[in-house]
Design a protein around this ligand. Structure first.
Ligand SMILES: Cc1cc2nc3c(=O)[nH]c(=O)nc-3n(C[C@H](O)[C@H](O)[C@H](O)COP(=O)(O)OP(=O)(O)OC[C@H]3O[C@@H](n4cnc5c(N)ncnc54)[C@H](O)[C@@H]3O)c2cc1C
Length: 431
């Protein structure tokens, strides 16, 4: 029976990174990916934050298929007929790499898998791993399409819907439906120069990212719009229990978001070239799943690793950081000739030493915010109303800001409630 040093299940960012680092260190690695090509099953936004990538794949920006360098990030509060934009632009053209890039996963994931192959890993696309094989409670390989493959260690990198551990009776960390969201996304084609001009970019290498809160389709969650070269990625991530309660279909939520006058102006004239939907864990340090066991490690979103701090949604760099931490532990285990859970425990310590983990701890108090309905249903509308009062010269006398705020709050939120919410926002994002 064929035996490898390591089997990696899934060629997303986590799996490709683990395979790359293990193969580079001389291990015999096979990556099994259910898609016909890596990335073909992926739905991600996607904004790729550079820092972690550049540590693992130096100068990745010179060869990776990136769409646009993201020079602008905006948080947009959408009222029913208003928008209030907090728009940050980094106008220093000298940055290399940029803080973030937009990518299309169908193009980007094959590039990552190629890095692993170039380092010596073997890629087997078009095969689904059906189960983990065990001997005396220890994972010793996998079964795919009726064939068994054995390995010293298995890297479980199969993404959010990870079911292999559960099927093997190894999953010890159940989670609640309220910890899962659904992401739906359209890719909308528009000419390159239209995108450049419409989003006030200098040229086709520059792009922007909008995160939207408020009227993003009628259920709690958030919307996003990212500029690619000649497409826009437009989507909504909504809490699955809120979607269920609303009785709306996910694509209806996305359509409502796209029909908002702020978004419809930005996508006007575009043609939908792709539609996709995928479950996504809500993330956060409190939700981190099982990371290792006898003969296996779990990396990326299979271990529910994701950071959502309202301003940014980070899954890819978190996945890469976790895979690098796991690879380091596997290489140490190889030195000891011991792949038991005790030997692989170094993965957790390595991961906890990363900035990604530290960021997850820093933003741990953001998660209660995501449960605060007023953040979605009251404040975006209120922000538009107050600014509307201040900018509008109408038939009634003008008001100063505080008076406008008190008048617009009436019947919607009490001063006391608002102070409590500001404290919650402060705790989550500011102090
Ligand atoms: C709508 C949406 C928007 C997002 N936006 C962003 C963003 O802008 N920035 C960001 O950083 N993150 C974003 N994310 C999160 C990001 O997509 C994930 O965190 C990231 O892809 C996790 O990487 P991974 O390698 O762990 O898993 P995945 O990327 O899901 O890769 C898992 C791979 O395993 C394969 N696989 C699954 N099961 C098997 C099996 N049994 N056998 C073989 N292969 C298998 C899959 O085909 C897939 O290729 C977004 C997610 C969604 C849903």
């Amino acid at each position: 029976m064929e035996k490898f040093d390591a089997i990696v299940v899934g060629a997303g960012p986590a799996g490709a990174t683990a395979a790359y680092l293990l193969a580079k260190a001389g291990m015999q690695v096979i990556v099994i990916e259910r898609g016909e090509t890596p990335g073909s099953k992926n739905v991600s936004g996607a904004l790729l934050f550079s820092q972690v990538y550049s540590e693992i794949f130096p100068k990745f920006w010179e060869s990776a298929p990136l769409e646009r360098a993201i020079v602008g990030h905006a948080i947009t509060f959408l009222g029913e007929q208003t928008s209030v934009n907090l728009d940050y632009r980094d106008l220093d053209e000298g940055h290399v790499p940029h803080n973030a890039y937009s990518v299309l996963r169908a193009r980007f994931d094959p590039w990552m898998a190629q890095q692993a192959e170039d380092a010596g890993a073997m890629l087997m696309p078009g095969f689904t791993v059906d189960k983990l094989l065990q001997e005396n409670g220890r994972v010793v390989g996998i079964e795919a399409g009726g064939d068994a493959l054995m390995a010293d260690v298995v890297v479980v990198a199969e993404g959010t819907r990870s079911g292999l551990l559960k099927e093997a009776g190894l999953r010890t960390d159940e989670y609640h439906a309220s910890d899962v969201s659904i992401g739906v996304k359209d890719v909308i084609a528009l000419p390159e120069d239209v995108i450049t001009n419409r989003f006030q970019c200098l040229n086709a290498d520059e792009g922007v990212a909008y995160t939207c809160v408020g009227h993003t389709g009628g259920v709690e969650g958030g919307g996003f719009l990212y500029t690619n070269k000649d497409t826009l990625s437009v989507g909504v991530v909504a809490k699955i229990d809120a979607v269920y309660k609303s009785k709306l279909q996910p694509h209806a939520i996305l359509n409502e978001f796209k029909a908002h006058p702020f978004i419809s102006r930005l996508i006007a004239g575009g043609e939908i070239v792709e539609y996709s939907a995928q479950a996504i864990h809500r993330g956060g340090v409190h939700l981190i799943g099982q990371l290792y066991g006898d003969g296996y490690v779990v990396v990326g979103s299979a271990a529910r690793l994701l950071l959502n701090n309202v301003m940014t949604l980070r899954g890819m760099d978190v996945a890469v950081a976790s895979a690098a931490a796991a690879a380091k532990a596997i290489l140490a285990a190889r030195e000891m000739g011991d792949y038991s859970h005790t030997a692989l425990a170094g993965y957790e310590q390595n991961f906890k030493a990363t900035n990604v983990y530290k960021d997850m701890v820093t933003f741990k108090d953001t998660y209660p915010l995501l449960e605060n309905e007023r953040l979605f249903h009251v404040y975006p509308e209120l922000a538009g109303a107050v600014l509307g009062d201040m900018f509008t010269v109408g038939a009634k006398p003008s008001k100063k800001g505080l008076k406008a705020l008190r008048d617009d709050m009436r019947g919607k939120v009490s001063l006391w409630q608002m102070l409590m919410d500001m404290n919650q926002i402060g705790k989550g994002l500011v102090r």
